[in-house]
Write a new protein. Structure first.
Length: 368
């Protein structure tokens, strides 16, 4: 589970109900076995659905701050501007929002993203909403957290395309950002640097939570889910989707093989085969391992999977049944599951739905 978010330095984050009961129970215990025990226990006790759901999921926190990564207003304000500023990219056309668009719930609706100079990304853009809940960032978990991701994104070949760190620092200064960096990092003598733009953008991302009907349900409002969504929740638990997609993010806490019951590409029709985490670690045991994605807002973020190979949610659910559970799902199962997944769609945060006004560009005769 997300121990970084939940109990950094061994102690729970103050004033935040963030240690999932599941995480506590499963610390040091083989994951699947512990989960099974919880599920079986719940069934034996004849617990109502809501009780079961509360053991497996958790309502969203107010934001995703930790002690190490606070969401103080100066950092968030700076991070928000940087997120929306295309002038930071190599060709002046790409900002974070190019691929994580508010209107598209923080995605770009493309199978694979297109960055500076129209460079094609290797994978599909997941949403930035609630992303900081996950135990690692990116499909194969090769970034530690949203700060690490944001820090490296500005020099990434296929996103911003800047050749090196110094070029980004020059741009930030020329665009008048230095004062805001000073404000956000008052104790840092050289505040305009990669760690700090990572922390500022990360602070903004940590405010992007989207409370959904599932959260209202977990807090006790049984009617927050439609009867069909409740059936879908039950199916999600009974079929075992929840063995991978659980916790506060409804996923995002482990790597699992995509294709437990056969090659994923025979079901997704993927035009090329991505070896997943193996690409990063070169360990044969990591072949086809991907991060189990969090499913919050999943109905709003097609196309699906790491390569955007599946266009619709019902089809993605069928593929999951087949290759992750070895089951051919019935039409009823699929429509119930989709009804449940629809209930994970939350409200867009105001600070995401509207763009910030960027500082006017000032030109000087002498280059910086
Ligand atoms: C050119 C398109 C593009 C741009 C620009 C871009 N991203 Fe992404 N983003 C992606 C893609 C594609 C992935 C998945 C890459 C992978 O997993 O290999 C991703 C992944 C992420 C993730 C991880 C989400 C998860 O669930 O693991 C976060 C967080 C994120 N981006 C934030 C940002 C921020 C912040 C910026 C701006 C600094 C940014 N992105 C700029 C395309 C883009
Ligand atoms: C054994 C673990 C496992 C089980 C069980 C499982 N999933 Fe998944 N799920 C994954 C992984 C891993 C991915 C990412 C696959 C990829 O694209 O590389 C995923 C992806 C998804 C996606 C696509 C998300 C996106 O943003 O593209 C959906 C939807 C989904 N799962 C729903 C379900 C449903 C519904 C069930 C039960 C029928 C289920 N999953 C069972 C591991 C699992």
């Amino acid at each position: 589970m997300n121990s970084r978010l939940n109990h950094r330095d061994g102690g729970p984050v103050k004033g935040r109900r963030s240690v999932s009961s599941l995480a506590r129970r499963t610390r040091g215990v083989p994951w699947a076995a512990a989960l099974l025990a919880v599920t079986v226990h719940a069934q034996e006790a004849g617990q109502p659905l809501m009780e079961k759901a509360r053991q497996l999921f958790e309502p969203l926190p107010k934001d995703m701050a930790t002690e190490e990564f606070p969401t103080d207003p100066a950092r968030v304000a700076l991070g928000r501007k940087l997120f929306f500023d295309p002038r930071l990219s190599l060709d002046g056309t790409v900002s974070c929002q190019t691929c994580h668009r508010p209107g598209l719930y923080g995605t770009d609706a493309l199978p694979k993203s297109i960055g500076a100079e129209h460079r094609l990304n290797a994978r599909n853009a997941p949403t930035v909403l609630n992303a900081a809940l996950q135990f690692k960032a990116l499909w194969i978990g090769n970034r530690a957290d949203v700060e690490d991701q944001a820090m490296k994104s500005l020099t990434g070949q296929t996103s911003f395309g800047n050749p090196e760190t110094a070029a980004v620092v020059r741009k930030l200064k020329a665009l008048g950002y230095e004062a805001e960096f000073k404000q956000a990092f008052p104790n840092d003598p050289e505040p305009v640097k990669p760690e700090n733009w990572g922390k500022a953008i990360g602070a903004y991302e940590r405010t992007l939570v989207t409370p959904s009907p599932l959260d209202a349900y977990l807090k006790g409002d049984a009617k927050a889910l439609t009867p069909q969504a409740r059936n879908g929740l039950k199916t999600f638990i009974d079929l075992g989707c929840v063995s991978c997609h659980n916790g506060v993010a409804v996923g995002g806490s482990a790597f699992r093989k995509f294709g437990m019951f056969g090659d994923y590409w025979t079901e997704t029709g993927s035009p090329s085969i991505d070896e997943g985490r193996f690409k990063e670690t070169r360990n044969p045991a990591d072949k086809y391992l991907f991060k189990v994605p969090g499913l919050r807002n999943v109905a709003m973020t097609p196309p699906y999977f790491h390569d955007g190979s599946v266009a619709t949610l019902p089809q993605a659910v069928r593929v999951m049944g087949k290759v992750q559970l070895g089951k051919e799902l019935t039409d009823q199962d699929v429509s119930d599951l989709v009804a449940f997944l629809n209930s994970l769609t939350g409200e867009l945060p105001q600070e995401f739905a509207t763009e910030p006004v960027l500082a006017p560009r000032t030109f000087s005769a002498t280059p910086p």
